[in-house]
Design a protein around this ligand. Structure first.
Ligand SMILES: CC(C)(COP(=O)(O)OP(=O)(O)OC[C@H]1O[C@@H](n2cnc3c(N)ncnc32)[C@H](O)[C@@H]1OP(=O)(O)O)[C@@H](O)C(=O)NCCC(=O)NCCS
Length: 179
């Protein structure tokens, strides 16, 4: 009698955690941001778990769209990519100039967390953004983001504080990629 191959669900269930968190490189694609991605990014930045993690309050729809269309996408010095995971818009990764430094930041929808996507996306983005030093400011409590950066070669270069959009005082770690 022919044996049925194991179902996908049966197989996935037994993938060890370590491998489940290391997606295939080909599952993650960076491409140019299109305006059609913005509603997805907007929803992703509304998530209270994400805003707490990033210590960055969400914007309302009008402010968010204006910020992305007029500032993020309408500035030739910015480098902005949509992160696709299995052809879905998982988030974005952005590099911009601020106070004479080149910065990097990223944001994923919560359903994409914990799969190694940010680490892989940043690894690929570092092949596009070649400026060094490259700097990231991360809330002190955002261990996941610090880990992403450290896995990609960033090291702690200092601390900083800023007042967020709601006037809250946020303590940050500054991480820098030098080579
Ligand atoms: C931070 C963020 C980008 C991480 O994305 P991710 O794809 O889940 O990260 P990865 O899966 O690549 O994980 C990177 C490392 O962080 C660890 N990690 C993930 N979530 C964690 C958590 N909540 N606490 C501690 N460590 C965590 C992972 O275990 C992994 O380390 P390892 O490889 O040594 O096991 C994602 O959670 C996010 O978009 N958060 C909201 C926005 C934000 O904080 N952006 C960054 C602003 S600086």
């Amino acid at each position: 009698m022919m044996r049925e191959p194991p179902s996908r669900i049966y197989f996935v269930k037994f993938i060890p955690r370590k491998y489940a968190q290391n997606p295939m490189k080909s599952d993650i694609v960076l491409r140019n941001v299109s305006e059609a991605d913005l509603p997805v990014f907007y929803e992703q930045q509304l998530d209270p778990a994400a805003t707490q993690m990033a210590a960055f309050p969400s914007r309302d729809r009008d402010s968010f769209m204006a910020h992305w269309k007029n500032k993020v996408m309408n500035n030739d010095t910015n480098i902005v990519s949509t992160i696709l995971f299995e052809n879905q818009v998982a988030g974005n990764i952005v590099s911009w100039e601020q106070d004479g430094e080149r910065e990097v930041g990223y944001w994923l929808g919560r359903e994409y967390w914990g799969k190694g996507i940010a680490s892989q996306a940043l690894t690929e983005f570092l092949g596009i953004v070649k400026t060094r030093p490259l700097v990231a400011h991360v809330a002190k409590h955002n261990i996941a983001s610090q880990r992403v950066l450290q896995k990609c070669g960033f090291t702690i270069s200092g601390t900083a504080r800023y007042l967020d959009l709601e006037g809250g005082d946020v303590e940050e770690i500054v991480l820098t990629l030098r080579e």
